[in-house]
Write a protein that binds this ligand. Structure first.
Ligand code: ZN
Length: 118
């Protein structure tokens, strides 16, 4: 699985804009390259961002999720582990202050994985 560098930059920008609230979106794309975000109506708060499952469009190629942490900690929370098991196989967490170093990628088990920038 790979991700477009431009998309990651866009994610970090969106996370900055949403700060101090969480930003959350789904990851989609083609041929195992994540190239687009799907924004969903969500309930944002400082503690959590909840995806409205009933608002999910049908037939989407959902690779995983991305969300931001308003803290300088990119480790998944208990809620995040639950989220990871629900959608796809790649889960990105970006954390404050949202530079190119402030992100981590996890699989659906919550284990840290490497993802290639293209
Ligand atoms: Zn989280």
């Amino acid at each position: 699985m790979k991700i477009k560098r431009d998309l990651l930059i866009g994610i970090l920008e969106s996370a900055k804009e949403a700060y101090p609230y969480e930003f959350i979106a789904l990851l989609t794309g083609k041929r195992d390259i994540i190239s687009e975000l799907i924004f969903l109506p969500s309930i944002s708060g400082e503690e959590s961002a909840i995806i409205r499952l009933d608002m999910l469009p049908l037939g989407l190629n959902v690779y995983g999720t991305v969300h931001s942490h308003p803290s300088p900690c990119c480790e998944p929370s208990e809620d995040d582990f639950f989220l990871f098991t629900r959608f796809g196989k790649v889960h990105i967490i970006v954390c404050y202050p949202f530079t190119m170093r402030d992100w981590k990628c996890y699989n659906s088990m919550g284990e840290e994985i490497e993802i290639e920038l293209v």
